[in-house]
Design a binder for this molecule. Structure first.
Ligand code: BTN
Length: 243
């Protein structure tokens, strides 16, 4: 496993993607940085993180036989690996908020941005970007929904040690993905799913609020919500958010 350690970069995902285009990289090459100047989040959002206090890194996962239709399980594998690491640290009230936020109670601890490249019907490579809030204790108003490991367990965490634990867990779960242990991944992801089976307020594209109950996630990665008339409707990531 090759680790490239940087002091500062725009985005580890963008850096690793460009490097993989320009050169032949080993499977599981990791880029980690102390500071990210233009960190990318889900849906074109930015990822802000205080310099030197958090884990911001990306992993190149080369794939040979993984089918595009199964990409949802790659997301499950990554989330479950992170969940396992935080659980071993005794972070309380852990869950996975669809599609891939790791939560402690109602606050976000970690975000994931996976960028896949495809060839025909297969996934050729995945750039798995992970931002973990580790030792940062203050969050600006616009990140009021964020928390960190330190805020949750009252301990300062060694970032290198955490990176080692995380990559080890990712290797384990990515192996399960490559071995197509999809039903196990599916079961574990659903066991950890945030607000599953609980009445929840959602927001749709027009910012209209509505009530529903999360029943699960489809094999295509859509959130299945039971509405007030009992019908189950599926929503894509751009169509719904938990209010
Ligand atoms: C999200 O929750 O919106 C996803 C956040 C992903 C952030 C990580 S930090 C390391 C990697 N590089 C990026 O530019 N983004 C990901």
């Amino acid at each position: 496993m090759k680790i490239i350690k940087l002091d500062a970069i725009d985005s580890t995902n963008s850096f690793l993607k460009e490097l993989a285009q320009k050169s032949v990289l080993e499977d599981f090459t990791i880029v980690v940085t102390k500071a990210q100047r233009a960190g990318k989040g889900q849906m074109g959002n930015t990822w802000a993180s205080e310099d030197g206090k958090n884990l911001t890194f990306s992993i190149l996962k080369k794939l040979s036989n993984s089918k595009t239709k199964d990409q949802n399980y790659l997301n499950y594998a990554v989330c479950l690996a992170l969940y396992e690491v935080f659980s071993a640290l005794n972070v309380p009230k852990l869950s996975i908020k669809w599609p891939n936020d790791i939560m402690s109670a109602n606050k976000k601890l970690c975000g994931v941005l996976i960028e896949n490249s495809f060839q025909k019907n297969t996934i050729k490579q995945a750039i798995i970007g992970i931002g973990v809030n580790v030792n940062q204790t203050q969050y600006p108003q616009e990140l009021a929904g964020a928390t960190s490991i330190k805020n949750c367990i009252n301990k300062t965490i060694d970032l290198n040690h955490l990176l080692e634990k995380t990559t080890h867990s990712l290797q384990k779960y990515l192996n399960l993905f490559e071995q197509e242990s999809f039903s196990l991944l599916d079961q574990w992801y659903h066991d950890a799913l945030y607000k599953k089976d609980m009445p929840t307020t959602f927001k749709d594209l027009n910012n209209t609020l509505f009530m529903g109950i999360i029943k699960g996630v489809s094999i295509h990665g859509k959130l299945q919500v039971q509405l007030e008339d009992d019908a189950i409707k599926e929503f894509g990531i751009k169509e719904i958010s938990i209010a």
